[in-house]
Design a protein around this ligand. Structure first.
Ligand SMILES: *Cc1c(COP(=O)(O)O)cnc(C)c1O
Length: 385
């Protein structure tokens, strides 16, 4: 069965777009103004809205989150022969740009208390690599499902070893750590506005730079590196990574509604907690103290010693009832494409993959919707006992 036929009959999607009148009106305004190219006033307004939301940095709108990672790597001077550390438990788009720019990803395990990069492991690995004179040039840190690890510590470790920190905050726009927005801690931060993220432009991304000068450089590289000259002059090669002004119009309305969407996703998560917490062996994705999550996805783990049904079987059961659930990201070191990649750490990411499940988490879910989903979950999980 292909994906399209599977999707027919889905009533509760994992994380569908949540748009309304304001998105429609900005989009039509952009259309009617004839600024339908990857230039125009909504791009600037969208970038400024993100800057003012996160409270620091210089934002550059691009065509997707992966393009923003690519620009961050390029501007960090990453190229052939370099290594870049990356958590294994993530979506492939965190690591693929590393390979695309000719460098080699090295994968690190997570810890159970954050589901994210284990800072003890990072410290140990950097000490080891340093002793061998093999320090990586950069670390791409990921804030999984809108949660994060101890960023103060990780920033300190990177600084100590002179490792550039790139934050893949694709899933965590709106998540704060000790009051500061994720995406602002690293040398560069990136957000994704892909269709299932907390806010969407249908497809899009944002790069956050520390200085205006770096943002200008990113804009230059994202628009085919055209030199200032009376003709098309190129000293170096760039990309066509621009975002359409039409999509920026949707994005602006989405940022303006971001806090409301976080509030709704938080309510969904808490309702799951209330209605499922009686199930022994079922655990929720944790948040470290100091973290205020954006609640992008509500994720659980199922203890195999308690439940007979595997997450995959539970997922299939839910899907058959029109409820879209997904397994957690399959770790990068388990992917055939990264068969030969170097990796460090234990099997936390493998264990999370084997036991975890993402539940419908969208900001348009009603209380009744969540109750229906919990009833279905209770039903399938009880069978296992
Ligand atoms: C979605 C996502 C990306 C990629 O974003 P695109 O906009 O689809 O390119 C990168 N990293 C993580 C962790 C993601 O979840």
């Amino acid at each position: 069965m292909n994906k399209a036929s599977q999707d027919i009959g889905i009533k509760y999607y994992l994380s569908p777009p949540d748009v309304g009148g304001r998105e429609r009106s900005y989009l039509l305004e952009a259309f009617d103004s004839n600024w339908i190219a990857p230039v125009g006033p909504f791009l600037t307004r969208f970038e400024q809205a993100v800057e003012s939301y996160i409270g620091e940095g210089h934002a550059v709108a691009v065509s997707c989150g992966a393009a923003a990672i690519d620009l961050a790597l390029r501007m960090s001077g990453i190229g052939p022969g370099d290594t870049v550390l990356c958590p294994s438990l993530t979506f492939v788009a965190s690591a693929a740009p590393v390979v695309h720019c000719g460098a080699t990803p090295v994968f690190l395990d997570s810890d159970f208390k954050s589901w994210n990069l284990d800072p003890d492991l990072l410290e140990e690995v950097l000490a080891n690599l340093n002793a061998k004179n093999r320090l990586p040039k950069a670390l791409i840190i990921v804030h999984l499902y809108g949660r994060t690890s101890d960023l103060t510590r990780i920033c300190g470790i990177c600084e100590r070893y002179g490792v550039t920190l790139i934050e893949d905050a694709a899933e965590s726009l709106g998540t704060t750590y000790e009051g500061r927005q994720t995406g602002c801690f690293g040398d560069f931060g990136i957000y994704s506005f892909n269709g299932n993220k907390i806010i969407t432009t249908s497809g899009g991304g944002m790069l956050v730079c520390k200085t205006k000068k770096l943002a200008e450089r990113a804009r230059f590289l994202a628009s085919q590196a055209k030199e200032k000259a009376p003709f098309y002059q190129h000293v170096e090669l760039g990309h066509n990574y621009g975002l359409s002004n039409l999509l920026a119009a949707i994005g602006l309305a989405q940022v303006e509604g971001l806090d409301g969407k976080i509030e709704k996703r938080k309510r969904v998560f808490h309702q799951y907690q209330e209605q499922l917490s009686k199930l022994e062996g079922l655990k929720f994705i944790p948040a470290l103290s100091g973290v205020s999550p954006n609640y992008w996805l509500s994720c659980i783990t199922l203890d195999p010693a308690v439940f007979k049904r595997s997450p995959e079987e539970v997922k299939n059961f839910l899907m058959a009832q029109g409820i879209e659930a997904r397994l957690l990201w399959k770790p990068m070191h388990m992917q055939p494409v990264f068969d030969a990649a170097e990796r460090y750490g234990g099997s936390v990411s493998e264990s999370l993959f084997a036991t975890g499940l993402c539940l419908p988490s969208g900001s348009s879910l009603t209380e009744d919707d969540v109750t229906v989903i919990c009833d279905a979950l209770n039903q399938t999980l009880k069978v296992a006992n």
